[in-house]
Design a protein around this ligand. Structure first.
Ligand SMILES: [Zn+2]
Length: 197
C-alpha cells in the first residue's frame, strides 16, 4: 500500500466518523424537541394520574343563620298544624330579617311559596344532600333556580311565612339524604359559624 492510498483511506474513515456524528447530533436534537413539544402540548400524557380540582379540596360547612340564635333537637317532635305530623327538621329561632347563609356550596334547585313552608329555597349541596330552608321572610334579591351558590352566600332572611305565621320568626332547616329527611341537629352542631370560616 502506498502512502497516498493510506492517506485516502484515513480521510474516508474520518469522513465517515464525521457523518455519523452529524447524524447522531441531528437525531438527539430531534428527540429533545419532540419531548419538549410533548410536555408543552400534551401535559396529560406525562401526568398518569393528575389530581382533579374537585377532589383536591374538602367540602366545608357554615351554620345557616347569622349572629345569635337558638335551636334545640326538635327532630320528630309532634306537630299538630295543619295536621298531626312529626317535625322533619330543626327550627332555628332568630330575629326577623336575620341573614340566612348557604351552609354548603351548591346549586339552587327550587324556590317557591307553599302554604306550609311559606317562602322556601332548596339547595343541592356539592355533597349531594338537599338543603331546605323554609318560612323565609324573603329571598335575597336576584336569586333564582339554577344559580350556583358559594359557601356562606346570603340566600334569604329569617321570617315566619307559611304555617309559621303567628310563631316567633325562625328558619325551618331540613336536610334530605338519598331522598329521606335526616336529623339536621347533630350536623348543625358541628358546623362552624360564618365568622369562623
Ligand atoms: Zn320546622
Amino acid at each position: 500500500m502506498t502512502t497516498r492510498t493510506m492517506t485516502i483511506l484515513k480521510n474516508r474513515f474520518f469522513d465517515r466518523i464525521l457523518t455519523v456524528a452529524i447524524v447522531l447530533t441531528i437525531l438527539a436534537n430531534l428527540l429533545v424537541s419532540l419531548l419538549f413539544v410533548s410536555v408543552v402540548a400534551f401535559p396529560e400524557l406525562i401526568q398518569i394520574r393528575a389530581p382533579t380540582r374537585k377532589s383536591a379540596y374538602k367540602i366545608e360547612y357554615c351554620f345557616p343563620v347569622a349572629g345569635n340564635c337558638s335551636y334545640s333537637n326538635d327532630w320528630h317532635a309532634p306537630r299538630y298544624i295543619p295536621y298531626y305530623h312529626l317535625h322533619e327538621g330543626t327550627d332555628i329561632f332568630a330575629p326577623r330579617g336575620t341573614p340566612i347563609y348557604a351552609c354548603v356550596e351548591g346549586k339552587v334547585e327550587k324556590i317557591g311559596t307553599e302554604p306550609i313552608s311559606g317562602n322556601f329555597i332548596g339547595i343541592r349541596g356539592r355533597d349531594k344532600r338537599y338543603y331546605y330552608y323554609a318560612h323565609l321572610e324573603t329571598w335575597v334579591i336576584g336569586i333564582k333556580e339554577g344559580n350556583k351558590v358559594r359557601l356562606g352566600k346570603i340566600i334569604g332572611y329569617v321570617g315566619n311565612t307559611g304555617n309559621a305565621r303567628g310563631t316567633p320568626p325562625h328558619l325551618h332547616f331540613g336536610i334530605k339524604e338519598s331522598n329521606y329527611w335526616i336529623n339536621p341537629y347533630p350536623i348543625l352542631k358541628k358546623m362552624k359559624t360564618y365568622d369562623e370560616l
